[in-house]
Design a protein around this ligand. Structure first.
Ligand SMILES: [Zn+2]
Length: 195
């Protein structure tokens, strides 16, 4: 899949929307991204996983690992396309990313970290840390969407299907608010009424 095909698909299913949004952080943005809305379609998830896997096919990957929850479905589909195991890390009660459920990484095993969206790349960095602690070798990291527009810096080679630079603003600085617009919350069912 080419970048434009991926973008078109994400827009078609509403995983990428343009408008005037209040994000969960409270900041305003003209773009809203929710990968769950494309990954809820198994056919699309498989297709995207296959496309992302192609970026890493030459790296002799032994297993894929993803941060839960957002990375699990796409990580699984990438693993399916590569014909390897799919693992995930999750937060324990203290908020620490850990490998649970009997998942094991063999010493020196070549591991690919897969996430749905990179905003700061924090979860991917934590996942890389867990794999290294377990003695695995992280050879690369991948995501469906890189919201940093390709400026993300990781300790391993990183490739995303789509790079998007998505600006966000404090409400006081939001150009659409200044133009008289009212932001909506895409995560909730109802549009907020004007105060
Ligand atoms: Zn605004």
């Amino acid at each position: 899949m080419k970048r434009d095909e991926v973008l078109k698909l994400l827009e078609q299913v509403g995983a990428i929307r343009t408008g005037h949004f209040e994000l969960s952080s409270g900041r305003h943005s003209g773009t809203y991204i929710q990968c769950a809305l494309v990954l809820e379609h198994p056919k699309h998830a498989e297709q995207l996983g296959h496309a992302l896997a192609e970026r890493f096919r030459d790296l002799s990957i032994a297993c894929v690992i993803s941060p839960a929850l957002g990375g699990v479905i796409i990580g699984y589909e990438v693993a399916r396309a590569l014909g390897v195991r799919s693992l995930f890390v999750e937060r324990d009660r203290s908020g620490q990313m850990t490998l649970r459920r009997g998942f094991e990484i063999k010493p020196g095993e070549r591991v690919l970290v897969i996430e749905d969206v990179w905003t700061t790349g924090g979860s991917t960095r934590e996942t890389i840390g867990v794999v290294e602690q377990e003695g695995g070798l992280v050879v690369a990291a991948g995501a469906l969407i890189d919201r940093t527009g390709g400026t993300l810096e990781l300790s391993v080679p990183a490739r995303a299907l789509v790079e998007l630079a998505v600006p966000s603003y404090e409400p006081d600085d939001c150009p659409q608010c200044h133009a008289g617009g009212v932001a909506t919350r895409p995560g909730s069912r109802f549009v907020r009424s004007q105060p």
